[in-house]
Design a protein around this ligand. Structure first.
Ligand code: ITT
Length: 191
């Protein structure tokens, strides 16, 4: 079964493919068709996830899966949240902005969120799931694995940041893997 992965983020695509490969399922995730350029103007992860999946469906008329994700920081009222990808110009500047905004702040609690939306060939939402990974924001960067905000995100129950975990370890605990595992077990009933 082929599923269009409605994403232009190569890190997400790699993580999703790694998880699927490790589970040995008869699924193949393929790139969205040429022209895929969704306008993410929703106000929630759910809305943006739907917008991306639906845009890919309009171009492909087949199964599509979208991942809308981001970092939500309690002391910042959930920011950067749905604006995580554009909080500043580069990944390093985005981290710098978060660390500046948290300077002197005691409450460092945060979580990553990932909403995956699966659309069927008829264009209907077949299944969706929100995965959450709890943690906190440290005061400096640590680790070089992963992407985005991983170097400042300390995983709850671990002494390491997400960027210090191996890719297999990240794929066991991440918001993305939680959402994807639910999507995959739903899909397994269909294939
Ligand atoms: P697509 O919309 O094309 O999928 P995007 O990167 O624009 O790619 P989002 O709008 O969902 O995707 O924004 C996700 C951002 O949240 C991402 O660019 C990172 O900054 C952050 N993020 C999401 N998952 C993350 C993870 O596992 N580790 C670190 N940062 C993450």
């Amino acid at each position: 079964m082929k599923i269009v992965l409605a994403s232009s983020n190569k890190h997400k695509v790699q993580e999703i493919n790694d998880i699927v490969k490790s589970l040995n399922l008869p699924l193949e995730f393929i790139l969205p068709p040429e022209g895929f350029d969704p306008i993410e103007n929703g106000e929630t992860f759910e809305e943006n996830s739907y917008i991306k999946a639906k845009e890919a469906w309009k171009l492909s008329k087949t199964w599509t899966l979208a991942d809308d994700s981001g970092l939500c920081i309690d002391a910042l009222g959930g920011k950067p949240g749905i604006h995580s990808a554009r909080y500043a110009e580069t990944p390093a500047l985005r981290i710098e902005r978060v660390l500046n905004e948290l300077e002197g702040v005691q409450n460092r609690k945060a979580h990553f969120t990932c909403v995956m939306t699966l659309i069927n060939p008829q264009g209907e939402v077949e299944y969706k799931y929100m995965g959450i990974c709890e943690g906190s924001i440290i005061e400096e960067t640590r680790g070089t694995n992963g992407f985005g905000y991983d170097p400042i995100f300390l995983v709850k129950g671990d002494t390491r940041t997400m960027a210090e975990l191996s890719k297999e370890e990240k794929n066991r605990v991440s918001h993305r893997s939680i959402a994807l595992r639910h999507i995959l077990s739903y899909l397994q009933q269909l294939i």
